[in-house]
Design a protein around this ligand. Structure first.
Ligand SMILES: NC(=O)c1ccc[n+]([C@@H]2O[C@H](COP(=O)([O-])OP(=O)(O)OC[C@H]3O[C@@H](n4cnc5c(N)ncnc54)[C@H](OP(=O)(O)O)[C@@H]3O)[C@@H](O)[C@H]2O)c1
Length: 364
């Protein structure tokens, strides 16, 4: 017999189909099971289709929803927004029981949806697969609980922690499988961020080449106080395909105009691009819910030191570079004691061809 957890897992899998297609809203999936245990409706929320996952699943189920159970990946909303409240749709359809892993972190919705459903006599179970559901919506949860975009630092490195052969040299360290994995990581995020040296040295395109659908093009962000981004760089010449945003403390109108003429969005920040917290505040204004930081050494070090990194992914290739000139992964001042070091938790270790991905969460 299919268990509650199996149905809920299916609801999470349905929700995950919305990755790249819902930000800044949450990922939501819903499964409706009839009173005699048959799956009669399934729905996924996609932002541009407006209709919520619960409404899609209920539409499919029709009268067979009466007396049934709804498995929803996130607390159904009970407020009147762009769409009618999902709580009312579930109540009107005659749903008897709701199983849901977590409350919605959005203060507009949090707890209110469950309260409304209970008030209408529906049995509400909260809690199964809570960790999995929170991880699925980690960007949305960060947005509402920390009031800033989710920050994920990703670096490819040798076994001895070097990220290129030399500071001024672009070095592709990972194999094909790990490189596709990086495209999947880009796909999950609203923006990708690098330092000015990386933009100048690597001349990257910083695009999402996962081949998966996305609603908004990945925004490309460069921290560049001296406005060194070359006018003929890929980032400056492809602004019609995806936005290029430069954060800076440069106020020279001519330097700014040279970039804005190419379609680059130059945003001055108080304290300059070194003020990463200020940069995140500006990104929030642009409704960018998540940022993937892809280096280099200085920017990675500054991000760790500023305490804004939520998640870290290191992709290790089985090579040893050595020497004193090859840049290490994380710059900055470093720490004086192990107690001050950033310790990762909830580690996941995955192989991609010969490369090994280690992902974990900070305590930020
Ligand atoms: N393996 C990998 O995953 C990977 C990824 C990316 C890069 N790389 C390699 O890393 C090397 C470049 O690293 P890098 O350390 O020289 O340069 P970087 O971190 O890319 O850029 C550093 C520059 O960014 C500017 N900046 C602006 N805001 C900053 C902030 N908040 N924190 C730090 N810097 C800020 C600074 O110049 P201003 O003050 O003038 O703005 C600084 O000099 C290259 O060899 C590149 O190929 C490897």
């Amino acid at each position: 017999m299919t268990s509650d957890k199996d149905h809920l897992q299916r609801a999470l899998d349905l929700a995950a189909k919305g990755i790249g297609l819902v930000s800044p809203n949450p990922l939501v999936g819903c499964v409706i099971v009839s009173g005699d245990g048959e799956v009669v409706g399934e729905g996924t929320y996609f932002k541009d289709e407006v209709i919520h996952a619960e409404a899609i699943a209920l539409q499919q189920a029709g009268e067979r929803a009466r007396g049934g159970t709804a498995f929803v990946s996130l607390e159904p909303h009970g407020h009147h927004g762009k769409t009618p409240p999902c709580t009312e749709a579930l109540i009107n359809a005659g749903i008897k029981r709701i199983v849901c892993p977590i409350e919605d972190p959005n203060p507009l919705v949090s707890g209110k949806g469950f309260a409304r459903l209970r008030e209408a006599g529906i049995e509400v179970s909260v809690g199964p697969l809570a960790d999995e559901a929170a991880k699925l919506n980690e960007k949305f949860i960060c947005w509402h609980t920390k009031g800033r975009p989710f920050v994920h630092l990703k670096l490819a490195m040798s076994l001895d922690g070097r990220i290129s052969l030399k500071k001024s040299v672009s070095t592709a360290l990972s194999g094909d499988a790990a490189r596709y994995r990086v495209q999947q990581l880009r796909h999950e995020h609203d923006a990708i961020l690098v330092g000015s040296n990386t933009a100048v040295t690597d001349n990257p395109s910083l695009t999402d080449r996962s081949g998966l659908p996305r609603l908004r093009p990945l925004a490309r962000i460069i921290l560049d106080n001296r406005l060194r981004l070359p006018l003929d760089s890929i980032l400056a010449t492809t602004t019609e395909e995806a936005s290029t945003i430069v954060f800076t403390n440069c106020i020279d109108p001519e330097s700014i105009a040279r970039l804005t003429d190419k379609g680059v969005n130059v945003i001055p920040v108080e304290g300059g691009a070194r003020n990463i917290v200020g940069v995140l505040e500006e990104l929030k204004k642009l409704e960018i819910q998540s940022v993937l930081i892809e280096g280099g050494t200085e920017v990675a070090g500054a991000a760790i030191e500023s305490g804004v990194v939520d998640k870290v992914t290191f992709i290790l290739s089985p090579i040893i570079i050595g020497g004193h000139d090859a840049p290490v992964a994380i710059g900055g001042k470093g720490v004086e004691s192990l107690a001050e070091a950033t310790r990762l938790k909830d580690l996941e270790i995955t192989r991609y061809g010969e490369d090994i991905e280690i992902t974990g969460y900070t305590s930020s």
